[in-house]
Design a protein. Structure first.
Lengths: 172, 628, 98
């Protein structure tokens, strides 16, 4: 009965629900940041302080900021709120809600019927993670760096205004 | 000389081969030479062979060429058989055929299909010769089918006009009905008698089948059906009037002199078989009698010159059937010969008239040609006289009189059949001289364009001579009192008919002769002396009008067959048009199309749609894995 | 403990899935995908913590890396789409139909 865990979990679930039901993009983003922060708390509680920190720094700090910038550039916000409202009519919720519920049910079933083997709570700190990362999973690290490189190059090209991609094709 | 028998059918086939491949490229003169020359040489050979066979030694000659098929016990050969009957037929076919070919050189000279025409005509003569010279029923059937084919090709010669194609198809289909029955008859004969060689078969039949047995009757009846089809007798006579769509030389050759007489030849050749089936023989006579009256009455009201002659042919073949049914085999063959002479003469004359009047065929638009076309008029009159059996001077008189005399004593129906024949004689002369007087007398109604050339006139003259001189074949040549031709044929076709005696005989002949002359006289009154009588009769409404229309349509047989056979058949084919096997293949195509529609409906191009289905798929798979 | 963490991750994942399917605006769809990625990462860490091994956290780091690259390119694409089609409606972008 870990109280911080439950409180953080409740906040996470609630704010995530808020994210997907907001009409205003900026509101949704803010709720998303809250959700990420609460997940970071959960991570800390279950004994992974390193990744909790990473969650805050990278996820909530970098990725969400990207989102905010794009929202600023595209100027979505109060202006398109009405449109979003129209698109989220109640009858559209039936299918996705049903599918998600079924999926959740299946997960719940799997998780509760197969016995969980817990070897007890242990805090796995950064040093351990680092050793594991750069010794056992070195190849993965190298691949991840290549992925990041591809991401950088792609993002630069796709995002540049007046690039050749924007000039040709498209209108046909 | 007789060893050259195989050349007689071969020459026309060679002519056909040459013309069908090279005819279009030959100059017209060469094509005419090849086409007519092949028949001419065949005719010459026939004459020489005939002289050889009749004057020296054995009157029967068999020439085995090669064995055609060898399957189990079935070994029909390509073999030719020559006896008196086949000699007569061969001579008629080649000589009359040659004259008609000569005529056609002039008649068809402006036609583009000149080479093709002569190729088909040669092919026809070739097949007809195969038919009459065949040693076995299998080869005979080959010739039978071959002439049917050529008849189709020639009736529909001017194929650009669909009506001609329709007439050709009609001829082919109607004769096919008869041919199929005949084929079944041939199968029957082979199964039960074990051989198809005609002479052997007849001998075996006489030994194995008692007179009046069911097998004999069935076989004879089936063969009769084939003969009825080919010879355009009741009930398969509907094709012949429409077959006039072909060029006139075709009508002359096929539909008066040769092909339609194939049925008569068949019955005469297999007369022993028919003698074993008296009911069938009686049927032959009855069919003949009915046909000759019906066709004669139809001819009386026709307006197209060729249709009159067509119905006349049907009627005259009815006479031949009548004779065959009465057992007067030789008499029927005699009539066949004289009919070949005068009917082809009439057709060729009609062709000359049609051509001279620029393809006009309605007799009401013709007139006064007596003075303008004398070279056609006189032969035409001689031909009509022979057709009407004008006493003593014409060949037709002798042949028709011989048949009528034989019919009187034929069983219980004899007198009725004779009455039909005599009435037919009256009707015959009536319609034939109606034709003569309308076309050649009276005021001219259409202008004459062009001359009738010598190649057309010469055959007319020769045939006129034959139409008169043919009667010589009836003069008694020996002490038995029978005509020369009957004696000649007696080895093959002994007559089983009794002739009436003394006074009765004379009386019957006088009545028949009066009927013929009377018909001419009546026609004279109606069409020359007081034509207004005929006009008034034609205009009177009511029952006469109905009767006239009934006779004009050939006694409604066309309509009858249309409603009974043609329409149900077409409706039936419409129903099974989408046949069941097709459904299978169509179904496959139809199902794939449905699947295609279904699957392409899933490719909406919308991301959320795809995401939805991915999610659903994941859920389902997890469910399957977990809840197994 | 692990079980509860995993349950939480499943719950967040389902919510994220619903968000992807329901929203029409591409940006919101990307946000929902981020939620799903986050939930997956949480599941890994919970499992790793349950077994007392650092492997779960290592995988989480990889997921984080991948999410970062993906967001960068995804948002660049969103910008392109906006420039070209003047709309962010996902249903409008259906030229691959059929």
């Amino acid at each position: 009965m870990n109280v911080p865990f439950f409180i953080a979990a409740a906040v996470a679930v609630f704010s995530t629900l808020m994210v997907i039901t907001r009409r205003n993009a900026v509101h949704a983003l803010l709720y998303l940041i809250v959700s990420l922060l609460s997940v970071a708390v959960v991570l800390f509680v279950i004994g992974a302080p390193f990744v909790a920190a990473l969650e805050v720094i990278i996820y909530a700090g970098a990725i969400m900021v990207l989102f905010v910038f794009v929202v600023m550039i595209l100027n979505i916000g109060p202006r398109t709120a009405n449109q979003e409202g129209v698109w989220m009519a109640p009858e559209m919720w039936v299918g996705p809600a049903f599918l998600s519920t079924v999926l959740l049910g299946e997960f719940a079933y799997i998780l509760t019927t197969s016995g969980g083997g817990s070897a007890g709570m242990r805090v796995v700190d950064a040093a351990e993670v680092g050793v594991s990362l750069f010794v056992s999973y070195l190849l993965g690290v190298e691949l991840a760096s290549m992925l990041l490189f591809a991401g950088v190059v792609g993002a630069y090209h796709l995002g540049s205004r007046g690039s050749r991609i924007a000039a040709k094709g498209g209108r046909k | 000389m007789r060893d050259l028998l195989w050349l007689v059918p071969l020459l026309p086939f060679a002519g056909f081969a040459l013309l069908i491949f090279a005819g279009a490229r030959m100059p017209q003169r060469l094509a005419a030479f090849v086409g007519t020359g092949s028949i001419g040489i065949a005719a010459l050979l026939s004459l020489l062979i005939a002289r050889d066979v009749t004057t020296t030694g054995t009157p029967v000659f068999s020439q085995h060429l090669w064995t055609w098929v060898r399957v189990g016990g079935f070994e029909p050969a390509m073999a030719l058989y020559l006896d008196a009957l086949s000699v007569v037929m061969m001579l008629v076919i080649t000589c009359v055929g040659f004259l008609i070919h000569l005529y056609a050189v002039e008649y068809m000279k402006k036609d583009e299909g000149f080479g093709r025409f002569f190729a088909y005509m040669n092919l026809f003569i070739g097949f007809m010769l195969v038919l009459v010279l065949a040693d076995n029923l299998f080869l005979l059937y080959l010739g039978w089918e071959g002439v049917g084919l050529c008849s189709y090709l020639l009736i529909g010669f001017w194929y650009a006009d669909p009506a001609n194609g329709y007439a050709a198809r009609k001829a082919f289909v109607v004769t096919r009905v008869g041919d199929s029955a005949m084929a079944v008859g041939v199968f029957l004969i082979f199964t039960h008698l074990g051989t198809l060689r005609i002479q052997e078969m007849l001998l075996t039949a006489q030994q194995q089948w008692p007179a009046g047995s069911a097998l004999a009757i069935t076989a004879a009846a089936l063969l009769l059906a084939g003969a009825v089809g080919k010879s355009a007798q009741l009930p398969l006579q509907t094709w012949l009037p429409d077959a006039m769509a072909g060029p006139t030389p075709v009508s002359a050759l096929i539909h008066s002199a040769t092909m339609v007489t194939a049925g008569v030849y068949l019955i005469a050749r297999l007369h022993l078989l028919f003698e074993l089936a008296p009911p069938v023989q009686a049927a032959v006579a009855i069919i003949g009698a009915l046909t000759l009256v019906i066709a004669g009455l139809s001819a009386l009201v026709q307006r197209d010159i060729k249709r009159i002659l067509a119905y006349s042919t049907i009627s005259q073949i009815g006479y031949m059937f009548l004779g065959l049914g009465a057992g007067a085999w030789a008499a029927s063959v005699f009539h066949l010969m004289t009919h070949a002479f005068f009917k082809s003469l009439l057709f060729l004359g009609a062709g000359a008239v049609i051509l001279a009047l620029d393809h006009e065929q309605e007799i009401s638009k013709m007139g006064g040609l007596r003075s303008r076309m004398p070279f056609v008029f006189w032969p035409f009159v001689i031909g009509s006289a022979s057709l009407s059996a004008l006493p003593f001077v014409t060949a037709g008189f002798y042949s028709k009189e011989l048949i009528l005399r034989s019919v009187w004593s034929a069983g219980t129906l004899g007198p009725w059949l004779w009455l039909a024949g005599a009435a037919g004689a009256l009707i015959t002369s009536l319609y034939s001289f109606r034709l003569v007087f309308t076309v050649f007398y009276g005021a001219p109604k259409s202008p004459v364009t062009g001359q009738t050339g010598m190649p057309m006139v010469a055959p007319l003259i020769v045939l006129s001579v034959l139409s008169v001189a043919g009667g010589l074949a009836a003069w008694p040549s020996d002490s038995s009192g029978q005509g020369a031709l009957s004696v000649f044929l007696s080895g093959v076709l002994p007559s089983v008919a009794e002739l009436p005696q003394g006074g009765l005989d004379l009386l019957l002949q006088v009545i028949a002769a009066t009927a013929s002359v009377g018909g001419i006289f009546i026609a004279y009154i109606f069409f020359v002396r007081s034509p207004e009588l005929a006009d008034r009769l034609a205009e009177r409404k009511g029952i006469l009008q109905l009767v006239q229309r009934f006779w004009y349509s050939g006694w409604g047989f066309d309509t009858l067959y249309d409603t009974l056979v043609v329409r149900p058949f077409i409706r039936f084919t419409g129903i099974i048009r989408n046949d069941l096997l097709d459904l299978f293949f169509e179904g496959a195509a139809w199902y794939s199309e449905i699947f295609h529609r279904l699957l392409s409906a899933t490719q909406t191009g919308r991301m959320r749609w795809y995401a939805l289905w991915i999610a659903a798929g994941v859920v389902i798979i997890i469910g399957v894995v977990v809840f197994r | 403990m692990m079980q509860q963490g995993l349950l939480l991750a499943a719950l967040l994942f389902a919510i994220g899935l619903a968000g992807v399917l329901i929203r029409r605006n591409i940006l919101f769809m990307l946000m929902s995908i981020e939620i799903m990625l986050n939930a997956a990462g949480l599941a890994f860490v919970a499992a790793g913590a349950g077994w007392g091994q650092p492997d779960g956290q290592v995988v989480f780091i990889f997921i984080l890396t991948m999410a970062g690259a993906e967001v960068a390119i995804g948002l660049a694409l969103v910008l392109q789409i906006y420039r070209r089609f003047r709309t962010l409606d996902a249903d409008e972008l259906s030229r691959m139909k059929g």
